[in-house]
Ligand binder design. Structure first.
Ligand code: ZN
Length: 242
């Protein structure tokens, strides 16, 4: 079965109903950018970067830039997590990637202007889950503080990978919300076209001992499905205005 047929079967078996989101500023919404760094998005930028231009990843970057611009124009809060690792601390099962201080762990060129924006909080993280990666040594959590300080009622998630770092951060946010840690947060929203995952097709993995296949469209869909099944809203378009 070719991958596109598999995706169609999957979309029939585990459909993900998607909504539209209209942002007017009435409901205080925060934008979370997950790992939109060179090491995951820029062609040839390290062991986990795309080896060639990739449509899903380019679309994710374009959509994230569009959203970031509107959020900055309106001075709405943005929280950006950047994968950033100490070279002495491995992150199995992944090969070394996004080492602290390297180009790999920096925002992609299209988003580097965010570093100087007053409404943007940037957090380096050394693990998959951005919620855990926001924990400080004293037990406080920069992400929790960001939600509370900005009185955020809805969070819109974009970034990479749909089924890995985005998913874990979304799921932890849902659990933290349900556990009463993120008041006044109500909605956790994932923008499907603002997310992407990497492509490692099964026909390639099959010829490499020990390699796990990761077909892009299929795993992107699975990521959205799990996020929704845990209680996130999934939206296929985001517009602005009253
Ligand atoms: Zn990492």
């Amino acid at each position: 079965m070719v991958s596109s047929q598999a995706v169609e079967v999957l979309k029939n078996e585990i459909p993900v109903e998607q909504e539209s989101l209209r942002l007017s500023g009435e409901i205080k919404t925060g934008l979370v950018l997950v790992d939109i760094v060179n090491g995951f998005c820029t062609v040839g930028s390290g062991s986990l970067a795309p080896p060639a231009p990739n449509k899903q990843i380019s679309k994710m970057v374009d959509e994230s830039v569009k959203l970031a611009k509107v959020f900055c124009e309106n001075k709405w809060p943005i929280y950006a997590v950047l994968d950033s690792h100490n070279p002495d601390v491995p992150e199995p099962p992944y090969p070394p990637h996004c080492l602290a201080g390297t180009e790999e762990s920096k925002l992609v060129p299209e988003l580097q202007w965010l570093e100087n924006q007053p409404n943007v909080t940037i957090r380096n993280k050394d693990c998959i889950d951005g919620f855990l990666g926001s924990l400080e040594k004293d037990g406080s959590n920069v992400f929790v503080d960001w939600v509370k300080a900005n009185e955020i009622k809805a969070i819109l998630f974009v970034g990479i990978c749909t089924d890995i770092c985005v998913l874990d951060f979304v799921c932890s946010s849902l659990s933290a919300r349900n556990h009463g840690l993120l008041s006044p947060l109500e909605d956790v929203i994932v923008y499907s076209h603002g997310c992407a995952t990497f492509d490692f097709p099964s026909h390639v993995a099959r010829n490499m001992k020990g390699a796990a296949a990761h077909p892009q469209d299929l795993m992107h869909h699975v990521g959205l499905y799990i996020a929704k099944s845990r209680g996130a809203k999934v939206v296929s378009d985001v517009s602005f205005g009253i």
